[in-house]
Design a protein around this ligand. Structure first.
Ligand SMILES: Nc1ncnc2c1ncn2[C@@H]1O[C@H](COP(=O)(O)OP(=O)(O)O)[C@@H](O)[C@H]1O
Ligand SMILES: [Mg+2]
Length: 416
């Protein structure tokens, strides 16, 4: 009798219904994978519920995709226990995300020599809730000249929380009066002031393990048309820089499922937001790119499970800093060297070879699923849940049109 192994993927979810259903449907189509040692691997997924847990209790899932722990702390503590006690594989690990928010990412990317716009962190506007505050503040939290910091950065500038996400508390500030108002309103949030980058394109890169998609993002549009379907919106140099930076940031912090935002002007790339523990993968925003995202999520999860990929907790940042400090390397040579480290970490070459050998049917399966009535139903339900009755028809057409475009492109690609 040949050996068989069942791998369970746990989904820790917030309010989303669309991508989890897509993930479950595509995972069902992965089918058994037989490795060269004769072992037959099968895959199931389950939606995790929040329950009391004994710190020594076993964990049923071998891998968990987390979408909840960034705002709900009981499951976050459960994830930490699963990582430490049970060796569960996590996308993403709270150890990497809890202490490494936007601010840490700015610091790290500045240290690597990237074009992060000038950024200043200012103290809290409101007193913190602690009996020691009055004494400490009186003695050490000295008054500071906010307008002169802003003038030094130049107007317009951005004020935004050091650990931001989803535009919470972000404001664009044109003058001193707006500066004062925004700071007064910041209250208990800790704020960055950041120089504005004038940009031609806004690139949003979603990376899942070693797979990266750089997308043309329009932040001022409503959600359903923020991601434009355009393939050559960046110069070739900017295109490879954005893809590299997205993977380098992830590898540096040990993130495997993250989106990075970069402002692009000509060949220059300015990263501004790249610590998203729970990146947007909704069908109603990604549309054309949705099948790609789900396939990458399934493919990377399956790869990590079958190859028994180990979780790395230590970041070994000195390897990156050695490159940053090498005076013989210019920026592109540094990016190439960082990318080699990133690709080593994500096992990029081995990953694609492994997928060729063990998942050659997956592309076709995803294409079939996206053209199936099951996908149709999912899209209808999602549109129904997200839009007013009077708009549903138009939105369904809108998303169908975009996904159909993917189907045409993907069919052509598979025929090649
Ligand atoms: N330095 C900047 N220059 C130009 N635009 C910026 C800058 N910082 C932020 N923005 C604009 O503000 C938006 C929100 O800022 P971001 O840093 O992405 O915060 P969040 O984490 O809330 O998404 C960005 O999508 C961009 O449109
Ligand atoms: Mg952002």
């Amino acid at each position: 009798m040949s050996e068989s192994r069942e791998h369970r993927i746990g989904l820790l979810l917030g309010a989303e219904e669309d991508w989890p259903q897509a993930f479950e449907a595509v995972l069902r189509r992965v089918g058994p994978v037989v490795t060269s040692d004769g072992v037959t691997h099968t895959f199931t997924s389950e939606r995790l519920s929040i329950e009391p847990f004994d710190l020594m209790a076993p964990v049923r899932s071998d891998l968990v995709i987390d979408r909840l722990a960034h705002w709900y702390y009981h499951p976050r503590e459960w994830l930490k226990k699963a990582a430490l006690v049970n060796g569960t594989y996590l996308l993403n690990s709270p150890f990497t995300f809890q202490s490494m928010e936007k601010h840490s990412a700015y610091c790290a990317m500045l240290r690597l020599g990237l074009n992060v716009p000038r950024t200043v962190l200012v103290p809290y506007k409101h007193p913190v809730d602690n009996v020691r505050w009055a004494y400490t503040a009186g003695k050490y939290n000295l008054p500071f000249d906010l307008p002169s910091i802003a003038a030094d950065l130049g107007y317009p500038l951005y004020m935004k929380p050091f650990d931001g996400g989803g535009w919470r508390g972000v404001s664009r500030i044109e003058n001193e009066a707006e500066l004062q108002r925004a700071y007064d309103e910041s209250g208990g949030m800790l704020m960055h002031l950041q120089a504005t980058v004038p940009y031609e394109s806004f690139a949003r890169a979603l990376s899942i393990g070693p797979e990266t998609m750089v997308m043309d993002f329009r932040p001022d549009k409503p959600m359903h048309s923020r991601y434009a379907v355009s393939h050559d919106f960046l110069s070739p140099v900017a295109g490879s820089r954005t893809a590299a930076i997205s993977r380098i940031v992830n590898a540096f912090f040990g993130w495997e499922f993250n989106s990075a935002e970069m402002l692009v002007q000509g060949d220059e790339v300015y990263p501004i937001d790249y610590a998203n523990a729970c990146p947007d993968v909704a069908v109603t925003s990604l549309h054309y790119y949705f099948p790609w995202a789900i396939r990458a999520l399934v493919r990377w999860s399956v790869y990590a499970l079958v190859t028994e990929r180990k979780v790395k907790a230590d970041l070994q940042t000195e390897r990156y800093f050695a490159i940053a400090d090498d005076p013989s390397l210019d920026m592109d040579a540094k990016l190439a060297a960082y990318l080699r480290l990133a690709d080593e970490q994500f096992e990029t070459e081995r990953y694609w070879q492994w997928c060729d050998t063990h998942l050659p049917h997956l592309d076709q399966q995803v294409l079939e699923w996206v053209t199936s009535t099951d996908f149709d139903r999912l899209l209808k339900e999602t549109v129904k849940a997200n839009y007013q009755l009077t708009e549903q028809h138009a939105f369904l057409d809108h998303f169908h049109g975009l996904v159909d475009l993917w189907v045409i492109d993907e069919s052509a690609r598979l025929r090649e």
